[in-house]
Design a protein. Structure first.
Length: 477
């Protein structure tokens, strides 16, 4: 294997170790983006440097001694980890007593200093008197940090199988970092270690997809920009954290794919090139996993979270005119309760556009129009027609929604156009709006406009408005 391929493999393994380590141990976005790089990257850097020096510069006796010491330490700590995770209903380290908080902090700082010092000497001088101490400290440190930051929703609750998968999940970044360091001279062992990290994937999937209908990494990018500074900072932090999760999955799958190719027989060739030296199969695997995950997560359009819209319009009429890539949407909201009025919202957007801003204006309903719309709403016999994004190149689609009576889409299987009364009310209400046009909160679509549909334009955007439990689980419409 030439140096270029070796360097590329080392970088990918190391990158996967850091990303997966920061992501899988962090319970929330604030920990992932602020403190975790310090607490996790330094220990992983030590694992990289330690495995590199052992594989390249240590004698056979030193390698055996290191393997024995680390084997005993790791087995002992893993046994304690399994005991704690199976015998306690809740994480015992989740709430560290306040009086011990400072002690834990200084213990972590001291350990980090030992790791950092040993790493620098190992990388520069290829030996360190602190290496053995650091390697023994690493195992309790790693699992204590994991338990201090593990998401409480993921606790095994006396399930040994779940605890075992959780253990493999915690070991994944360590195996990846070991593989990155050892690949220079112990290639077969390094690639096998990286492949062993695959056993942590079930827990990764569980962490990401345990509540995928209501919230997942992809729909976090549908969060609006936010009106207040605090909202903007929070939403931006959530987007960064979920972006980190997506990149971590992609790079980890890339590393697994490359490791799989590297362990294949050396004599296998395709077009006079060794299969074991190929990188593109890993890239194809990573792209395929991300593409399937994306496709299963983003439809229908929804925003994480829940709202209680106590003052929804009684009657909504939406017209969507599509010409090629461009959409022109006009929504008329009619409210009959309290102070009768109408709001007209116009949106011009297009495919391949991530963010767009609707414009709205309001007005007061005249008495004749109020009565006509009220009579129409009372006599409406609607049904919940299925709603999906408009894929046709050119289209003119109408949506009529009466509160509590259902939604109809035109054209449908029986009708090619909405009733004339609908068109008349729509046109008259559109003219009523006499307030200055104002820009509404911006809308974001992770699908670049391909997922945003008629229900979204009518304000059905949050998870509780698009999803519900039908008795067998959550489904979305």
């Amino acid at each position: 294997m030439n140096r270029k391929i070796l360097a590329r493999t080392t970088i990918i393994y190391a990158f996967a170790a850091v990303l997966s380590g920061v992501f899988i141990i962090a319970a929330d976005s604030s920990r992932a983006l602020v403190a975790m790089p310090l607490w996790l990257c330094v220990p992983l850097a030590f694992v990289f440097a330690y495995s590199r020096c052992l594989s390249m510069f240590a004698s056979t006796a030193q390698v055996r001694a290191a393997a024995s010491i680390n084997g005993i330490a790791s087995i002992a700590i893993m046994a304690v980890f399994l005991y704690v995770t199976t015998q306690f209903w809740q994480n015992p380290l989740d709430k560290v007593p306040e009086q011990l908080g400072l002690v834990v902090f200084f213990a972590k700082i001291t350990t980090i200093v030992i790791f950092a010092t040993a790493t620098l000497f190992l990388l520069i001088r290829h030996r360190s008197s602190l290496a053995t101490l650091a390697s023994v400290l690493f195992w309790p440190y790693w699992f204590v940090v994991f338990l201090l930051n593990v998401d409480e929703r993921m606790w095994p609750n006396h399930s040994f199988a779940t605890a075992a998968i959780m253990l493999l999940f915690a070991l994944s970044p360590v195996l990846l970092a070991f593989g990155a360091g050892a690949v220079s001279s112990r290639r077969r062992i390094a690639h096998v270690a990286v492949l062993a990290a695959v056993f942590g994937v079930p827990w990764l999937y569980y962490k990401l997809e345990w509540n995928s209908v209501l919230e997942n990494a992809w729909i976090a990018f549908n969060l609006p920009q936010g009106e207040r500074v605090s909202e903007q900072l929070l939403f931006e932090q959530v987007r960064r954290y979920n972006g980190l999760a997506i990149v971590a999955v992609g790079v980890s799958v890339l590393a697994f794919g490359i490791a799989f190719c590297r362990v294949l027989p050396k004599q296998w060739e395709v077009r006079e090139k060794l299969v074991a030296e190929r990188t593109w199969p890993g890239a194809v695997a990573a792209f395929s996993v991300l593409a399937v995950w994306f496709g299963q997560s983003v439809l229908p359009y929804r925003i994480p979270g829940a709202v209680d819209r106590w003052n929804r319009p009684t009657l909504q009429i939406l017209r969507v005119e599509k010409h090629g890539l461009h959409f022109h949407e006009t929504l008329v909201d009619l409210r009959f309760r309290g102070y009768p009025g109408t709001t007209v919202t116009r949106t011009d957007r297009r495919w391949f556009e991530y963010t767009f801003s609707p414009r709205s204006a309001s007005g007061v309903l005249a008495e004749p129009l109020f009565k006509r719309a009220h009579v129409f709403a009372d006599s409406w016999r609607g049904e919940w027609n299925p709603v999906s994004p408009i894929w046709r190149w050119n289209a003119d689609v109408w949506y009529v929604d009466v509160e509590g009576k259902g939604l109809k889409v035109f054209p449908n299987a029986r009708e090619s156009a909405p009733p004339q009364e609908v068109i008349a009310i729509f046109q008259e209400a559109e003219q009523v709006s006499n307030t200055p046009t104002q820009r509404s909160a911006s809308v974001s679509d992770v699908c670049l406009g391909f997922c945003y549909d008629g229900l979204s334009a009518m304000g059905y955007t949050f998870v509780n408005e698009r999803c519900g439990n039908d008795g067998s689980g959550y489904v979305c419409r």
